[in-house]
Design a protein around this ligand. Structure first.
Ligand SMILES: [Zn+2]
Length: 220
């Protein structure tokens, strides 16, 4: 149903009616069947990945960072549109495994302590990055990288104005940490598909928790 992509990570992926076929020299062909609602799953401090060490099987490399195939296709369109508007973007982070999230979180705990670490990083099994559907973007100059002021940069402004057109939401909006459990992250884009992202924008609903009727998830 969608084009075959071979992004230089030793394999190729292509969408069919039922999901995604991913072929790699090392592992052969993996069939990842589409599960209704899987791209819209709410992942937060009250709703971990299931299983807790979930690992997507249909990731492809986007500028060296894995994303699930459908999210990657959408992200490439977003990047192309930004470039056509004169806005260059970079990828700072994509899929992170349970193990890599565990070490990232432990680093934050060592620096800031557990309480502060919980406000800026997810515990392993609770990160959207582990779903393969979240991507952190940046500017080529790295100005305001992973900082709130990213919102006022060219890439940040383009994302705020257009991410929904490509199926992404800014998952942790300003002033919504009571719902999402996280401070404002204007660089963190979550793929939910174009229908949902557009509908959320049209209805003025900014969090997945509110859109799907989940209770707030300020803490674990
Ligand atoms: Zn992120």
């Amino acid at each position: 149903m969608t084009e075959e992509v071979c992004p230089g990570d030793g394999g190729c992926s292509q969408g069919f009616q039922g999901g995604t076929l991913t072929g790699r020299a090392a592992t052969g062909v993996t069939v990842s069947y589409y599960q209704p609602g899987e791209y819209q799953r709410v992942i937060n401090k009250r709703n971990p990945l299931s299983p807790i060490d979930y690992m997507p099987s249909d990731t492809v490399n986007v500028a060296g960072h894995p994303l699930r195939y459908q999210a990657a296709l959408a992200f490439w369109r977003f990047v192309d549109a930004a470039a056509a508007s004169g806005v260059a973007t970079t990828v700072v982070s994509g899929f992170r495994s349970y193990a890599s999230q565990a070490s990232l979180f432990q680093n934050y705990v060592a620096i800031y302590g557990q309480e502060q670490a919980d406000t800026i990083s997810a515990r392993p099994g609770y990160s959207e990055h582990q779903s393969g559907l979240a991507v952190d973007i940046g500017n080529p100059s790295a100005v305001c990288g992973l900082q709130e002021c990213f919102a006022s940069t060219a890439a940040g402004q383009f994302a705020a104005a257009h991410a929904h057109e490509f199926g992404f939401v800014i998952r942790y909006p300003a002033g919504m940490s009571y719902w999402t459990g996280y401070a404002y992250e204007p660089w963190h884009l979550r793929y939910v598909g174009r229908d949902v992202a557009m509908d959320m924008r049209n209805r003025g609903v900014s969090t997945l928790e509110q859109y799907y009727g989940y209770p707030p998830a300020p803490t674990y």
